[in-house]
Design a protein around this ligand. Structure first.
Ligand code: GUN
Ligand code: ZN
Length: 469
């Protein structure tokens, strides 16, 4: 790929396959109103945007002569996956042993994030992250960078080069962390303002106001964050809420005037549409009411919640309270870049609570549902004329276990469920961003190993003495 920003592809192209998308939430609407499936369909893309979609025979008659057709039959073609919560600087924190949230932050995460003032470190991580998301069929994400503005510039530069729809922000944190990571109320405000001016609305990029979480911000910093939110009422906001019992106790002590954890964010005007609250596991009924009243979203991060032992997200109660729910990887507390694996782990978390996650609801959440939560449903998340052509092509028979299972599958719902439970990066055949192929399984598997290795030398990891793992 050249170092210049990718221009949106010009001209027309057609993508053919078994098309699936969701025009409504299957949890709220009938299957007939929600689920769209065309066994042999074509998506016509012009200048990176979907111009038309329909049955292949009719679409083929309409195509201008010479329009190239990428024929992906018998694979599924869906809207690209959307991941509404992950951390760019945690690709080398993922799979760190033996701690729960607060100790994990202090022992692994903060030291690692301290390296990201170096643009070269942030650039390498951003490249790795975006390559890996594409390989997993994820075309949009809401991304935490670090408190260093350089980390945000590096991420946006790389996302712009690939012409991706991405949301990201500089973490604001001014206490309870190493000095190298702490900003100040004024500094965090000024840096956020400068990044908003430089990046928000540029190409397909949006800036998210990003206070890390209440324990790492002083009241003065939350005041500054409130000002940012007031001055930019349409911007996304991202933070963490009610993930872990020690975290909740910490917040109660640090903000003695607050009714509860949610009240802290509410006090500073952060509970509003397009606000993404990661985790939301241990909320009270009052907090549910406050989140619903504000029109905010609770983001379910199942692999992270299991890995850090944080708890089980009660989707039925949260949804029942009228709160919008997204689902996300939370790399690197989370342990998989795959939204399929994330949904499968979500299914298991909910099973422990006696709840269900049907495949149609899960795939809706990963696409149109997450787009709606992020306030970008008019841009991505479905296959419809006028939306940007972000698509993933999935192979339901990618592995021996899937091929074996598929011999008994009779319905689309069963196929999608098998794909979600057994699928991962290997099931991605191709990923398109604004109509351009940003991942192709055939060429990825043909690439020699040496070209794939990023910068890692082939040496043994340091041997710890008497490690407990
Ligand atoms: N709470 C505050 N920061 C973080 C983080 O980086 N990961 C998770 N899982 N929770 C957090
Ligand atoms: Zn997180």
């Amino acid at each position: 790929m050249s170092s210049a920003a990718q221009k949106p592809p010009t001209g027309s192209a057609a993508i053919r396959g078994r098309l699936v998308w969701f025009d409504a939430d299957p949890a709220e609407a009938s299957e007939e109103d929600a689920v769209r499936f065309i066994e042999d369909g074509i998506v016509l893309v012009e200048d990176g945007v979907i111009r038309a979609v329909g049955e292949a025979p009719a679409m083929l008659r309409q195509l201008s002569p010479g329009t190239p057709v990428a024929d992906h039959r018998p694979h599924l073609v869906m809207p690209g996956f959307i991941d509404p919560h992950l951390h760019m600087p945690q690709t080398q924190v993922i799979a760190s042993y033996g701690t729960e949230l607060m100790e994990w932050l202090a022992k692994y995460t903060f030291p690692e994030e301290s390296r990201y003032g170096d643009p070269a470190v942030a650039e390498a991580a951003s490249r790795f992250l975006l390559d890996t998301l594409a390989a997993n069929g994820t075309t949009t994400a809401a991304v935490y960078c670090t408190s260093h503005p350089e980390s945000v510039s590096a991420f946006f530069t790389e996302a712009e080069r690939r012409n991706l729809r991405m949301v990201a922000g500089k973490v604001m944190m001014d206490r309870n962390a190493p000095e190298t990571l702490c900003d100040t109320p004024q500094g965090g405000y000024d840096q956020s303002k400068a990044l908003i001016a430089e990046w928000h609305g540029r190409g397909r990029l949006e800036y998210a106001i990003t206070p890390r979480f209440a324990p790492t911000s002083t009241e003065a910093q939350l005041e500054a964050t409130a000002a940012l939110a007031r001055e930019h009422p349409d911007l996304p906001i991202q933070t963490h809420l009610s993930e872990n019992h020690s975290e909740i106790a910490f917040v109660a002590e640090a903000f003695p005037w607050s009714k509860d954890y949610t009240d802290v964010y509410d006090r500073y005007g952060l509970v509003r549409p397009r606000a993404l609250f990661g985790h939301c596991i241990h909320l009270s009924a009052r907090e549910h009411e406050a989140l619903a009243a504000g029109g905010a979203t609770a983001v379910f991060c199942p692999t992270s919640n299991l890995f850090l032992g944080s708890g089980l997200f009660d989707r039925a109660t949260v949804r029942g309270a009228g709160i919008s729910v997204g689902i996300a990887t939370d790399i690197g507390g989370g342990t998989s870049y795959s939204m399929l694996t994330t949904a499968a782990e979500g299914y298991k978390v909910l099973a422990l609570l006696g709840q269900k996650l049907p495949a149609f609801e899960a795939f809706h959440m990963m696409t149109a549902g997450n787009a709606r939560a992020m306030g970008i449903a008019d841009r991505v998340g479905r296959i419809a004329p006028g939306l940007e052509a972000d698509l993933v092509v999935l192979d339901s028979r990618a592995t021996a276990p899937l091929r074996r299972r598929m011999e008994r599958v009779e319905t689309l719902a069963e196929e999608l469920f098998a794909l979600m439970v057994l699928g991962d990066e290997r099931t991605t055949v191709a990923t398109y961003a604004a109509g351009r192929r940003v991942y192709d399984r055939a060429s990825a598997t043909r690439r020699p190993l040496a070209a794939k290795a990023d910068s890692a030398p082939l040496t043994s990891p340091r041997q710890p003495g008497g490690a407990d793992q």
